[in-house]
Design a protein around this ligand. Structure first.
Ligand SMILES: Cc1cc2nc3c(=O)[nH]c(=O)nc-3n(C[C@H](O)[C@H](O)[C@H](O)COP(=O)(O)OP(=O)(O)OC[C@H]3O[C@@H](n4cnc5c(N)ncnc54)[C@H](O)[C@@H]3O)c2cc1C
Length: 542
């Protein structure tokens, strides 16, 4: 009986596999260090017999692990006995250390950048500095009470919900240990989120560093900030700190920023952002060390850059290992996300997973939508719903702002689609003239076989707002021609950028304007697709 399969059970008892709960919980220390960042995904397991009939096991109808998107418990579960387990700040990442505070910092940074750049508009404004402490206290003075209020509401205001504070750890298929309490339920929702990863850079852990969890709560605005990473958190925080007055140096392994985005957009972003931030691209720092004066020295590409604070933003990893989901028999992808289908069901019946622990998008609107599907399916087994992933949009609230939905140009080509690309610079519209904009543009990708959008990408002011009609059209299968021609676009609003980009994609290619490739002597330059990459039809007005 010492060794058995994880899901094996014997007459009211089940095997709990563990090298003691306390041992496994020690992996949970601290989440920001290399040692604690998910290095152990395949622990050596022993099996201990637990009596499921034991009276000290707390029984619920539903256990939810994680109070981020998992806290959106619908009204129709009001008579379910629910345990909500949370190990950290109530409300999860988005509220406490993610989307919401970061955007509350982005706005003053945007204003500061505008104040510096107003000369082109013919007005004289200056940025005279930021009161970091006042901004920080305003942001968290708004957020912390919401988190505290949410916690109190669950602790005392919802009689059917028991808030259990501590780290949940699977010790059997439907059994969880929370700091010595054993709980069970026929339905379990894993909504445990993700945490920052720590890259294996010599000296980094010993030196100490910030992640997005701590950087927004700094005591003072650093004079010089180093950032390692080139994704959305790195460039949003880079914008915040450089906008508010820090000298920012950003180190990234790739030669560009936002490499998961459409190449043209990523290249434009890197060029524009590089005018404000010292970009050290193509190098991973080889060593980080604390100097005697307290500053941090970063070796990269043969240079040494000295900064006052260091932010590491090299990605996030799912918290599936903290929960030891394998002890419940759940399957994970190689990068640790729990395997789910589009109903949010895991590979173990009755266990569901949503959000950052189950998908790689890392988007709050998706985590919310998945939570709503999972709750519905838990309560309505005869009316199962599915989550659509047809048009999952994302935005980067840096400066410039970026928004994206669907396939990039590169992905569409790789998928073998014949596409038409429409593109419109902000400068090609009346509102763009008002902005005196020279760098922003919208790009839409239409499948010429179906007339439907397969993607859209915008860089520039209000990109995240402007992209909305295309998100709608992609989800609802509205043809691009209808989106451009069947509705009004207010003149002279910025939405005309999107209208014109779509119209561009719908214009027949003009053979006169097609440029043949220099090396292709034998290509007929008047052929509609001459000089184009395979499968792409570019409109004449690009
Ligand atoms: C700096 C930053 C900016 C972001 N900006 C945006 C943005 O602008 N737009 C956007 O869409 N997304 C943004 N995101 C991503 C967004 O925050 C996440 O996608 C979203 O919060 C995920 O929600 P979730 O419910 O899956 O996880 P979370 O909100 O992280 O909730 C998981 C909860 O589970 C708890 N937990 C974990 N393990 C256990 C355990 N074993 N036992 C008990 N409790 C546990 C955690 O403490 C946490 O509270 C941002 C993220 C960051 C870090």
């Amino acid at each position: 009986m010492a060794v058995a399969a994880a899901d094996e059970s014997i007459a009211g008892s089940s095997f709990v596999h563990t090298n003691t709960v306390a041992d496994r919980r020690s992996r949970d220390q601290p989440v920001d260090t290399a040692a604690g960042s998910g290095s152990i995904r395949h622990p050596i397991v022993l099996y201990v017999l637990v009596n499921e009939n034991a009276t000290d096991i707390e029984r619920y109808d539903l256990i939810i692990v994680g109070s981020g998107s998992g806290n959106s418990i619908p009204e129709y579960l009001a008579d379910w006995k629910i345990a909500l387990v949370e190990r950290g700040m109530f409300g999860g990442t988005c509220l406490n250390v993610g989307c919401i505070p970061s955007k509350m910092f982005v706005l003053p940074a945007d204003r500061a950048v505008d104040a510096r750049n107003s000369e082109k508009l013919g007005i004289d404004t200056r940025f005279n500095g930021a009161d970091w402490g006042a901004i920080r206290d305003r942001v968290f003075g708004r957020i912390d009470p919401i988190a505290d209020g949410g916690r109190d509401y669950r602790a005392t205001g919802t009689p059917n919900v028991t808030l259990i504070e501590g780290t949940a750890l699977f010790v059997g298929e439907k059994l969880l240990d929370v700091e010595g309490r054993t709980i069970t339920a026929p339905n379990i929702l894993v909504a445990a989120g993700a945490r920052p990863v720590t890259p294996p850079i010599p000296g980094l852990v010993e030196t100490g560093f910030h992640t997005s969890d701590s950087i927004m709560r700094l005591d003072d605005l650093p004079e010089r900030l180093g950032i390692i990473g080139g994704g959305f958190i790195a460039v949003e925080m880079g914008h915040v700190f450089s906008g508010l007055g820090s000298e920012v140096t950003l180190f990234n392994r790739s030669n560009g920023l936002l490499r998961d985005f459409d190449r043209e957009i990523a290249e434009r972003f890197t060029a524009v952002f590089g005018e404000r931030v010292d970009l050290r691209l193509g190098h991973v720092p080889t060593r980080v060390a604390r100097r005697d004066d307290g500053r941090i020295a970063i070796n990269a590409g043969g240079d040494v850059v000295v900064v006052d604070e260091l932010l590491v933003a090299t990605g996030r990893e799912p918290n599936s290992d903290l929960l030891d989901v394998e002890a419940a028999g759940l399957e994970c992808h190689h990068h640790g996300t729990v395997v789910v289908d589009d109903t949010m069901a895991t590979t173990v019946p009755g266990i569901w997973a949503i959000g950052d622990v189950a998908n790689s998008y890392q988007l709050k609107h998706l985590a919310n939508a998945e939570a709503s599907v999972a709750f519905w399916n838990i309560a309505h087994p005869d009316d199962i719903r599915s989550q659509s992933y047809k048009a999952v949009p994302s935005a980067v609230f840096s400066n410039p702002q970026v928004a994206s939905v669907g396939l990039t140009e590169e992905q569409a080509i790789e998928a073998g689609l014949t596409i038409s690309i429409g593109r419109r610079d902000y400068a090609g519209t009346a509102y763009g003239w008002a902005l005196v904009d020279e760098t922003s543009f919208a790009k839409v990708i239409v499948d010429t076989a179906t007339g439907l959008f397969v993607g859209a990408h915008i860089i520039g002011p209000q990109a995240a707002t402007l992209i909305q009609p295309i998100i709608q059209a992609m989800e609802l299968d509205t043809p691009a021609a209808e989106v451009a021609r069947s509705v009004f676009y207010i003149h002279p609003a910025l939405t005309e950028v999107v209208e014109n980009a779509i119209l561009d994609a719908l214009v027949e290619p003009d053979p006169e304007r097609v440029v043949p490739p220099a090396s292709a002597d034998d290509v007929d330059p008047t052929a509609p697709d001459a000089g184009m990459e395979p499968g792409i039809v570019r409109s004449a007005r690009v």
